[in-house]
Write a protein that binds this ligand. Structure first.
Ligand code: DC
Length: 234
């Protein structure tokens, strides 16, 4: 980790629809930390591949796209150069594209340094699939969020409806989510799995406020343990 690190590095991993984005953003606001949505990076590469007709299996060409891409993440927007792609990358096709391009080792390698640079200075919450296992295996706090497939499908469907993606049915949303989970968990490189030292939270029956409160308690507990050890926590 960078020597100038100020504040904690918090890794939040889990499958699609577990509620990671919303609660990570809220926790970041509460702590005054940066929120880093690493899935947006894979989505941006998926969008570029889609638009440029690059196959999501062509690791070499995808790596070239990664090297040339100028992606900026703010707490709320995603930019590619000066183009705002925040809405475009949320389309259901881009979820599948992101999952496919993220299985390519060349893509994972190309995006690893960027994620470490973005989070390495600390006071950051990084959300994704492999943050606690690969990107920041020494993260100060690792949380793995999960929920039943039915609940995750329902949440994602409600989100799509809210955005006016009316042509997608609940059954199709569930099918696509299960397919994405399988691909993200079974890929050879950096598969989705909880780090051995991650704290698991099942969000199925919890409200977003409950989850944020639980995570904030974990942060405070971590800080008090570090204080007792005589280390500054943030
Ligand atoms: O979190 P999300 O649904 O926006 O992520 C989109 C895809 O990106 C996901 O299906 C797998 C991939 N991804 C990844 O492989 N590693 C990450 N750290 C984040 C996302």
């Amino acid at each position: 980790m960078a020597e100038t690190k100020k504040g904690l590095i918090i890794a939040i991993d889990g499958p699609a629809g577990a509620g990671k984005s919303t609660v990570s953003r809220l926790l970041a606001q509460r702590l005054g930390y940066r929120y880093i949505d690493t899935g947006a990076l894979y989505r941006a590469i998926g969008l570029l591949a889609w638009e440029q007709g690059v196959s999501p299996d062509d690791g070499e060409r995808l790596a070239a796209l990664c090297d040339a891409a100028d992606i900026t993440l703010s707490d709320t927007r995603v930019l590619l150069g000066d183009r705002d792609i925040t809405e475009d990358i949320r389309r259901p096709e881009m979820s599948q594209m992101a999952s496919q391009v993220s299985a390519q080792p060349q893509v994972r390698r190309a995006l690893l340094g960027l994620q470490r640079r973005l989070g390495g200075t600390g006071a950051a919450i990084l959300e994704g699939r492999d943050i606690g296992t690969i990107v920041f295996p020494d993260a100060d706090l690792k949380i793995f969020l999960d929920a039943s497939i039915e609940e995750r499908g329902r949440r994602r469907y409600a989100e799509l409806q809210q955005r006016g993606e009316a042509k997608v049915s609940l059954a199709q949303t569930l099918r696509e989510m299960a397919e994405r989970d399988r691909r993200d968990s079974e890929r050879a490189h950096a598969p989705l799995r909880p780090a051995a030292d991650a704290i698991r939270i099942d969000t199925t029956a919890l409200t977003q406020a409950d989850v944020v409160d639980s995570m904030a308690e974990l942060v405070h507990a971590h800080a008090s343990i570090e204080r007792k050890k005589g280390k500054p926590s943030s």
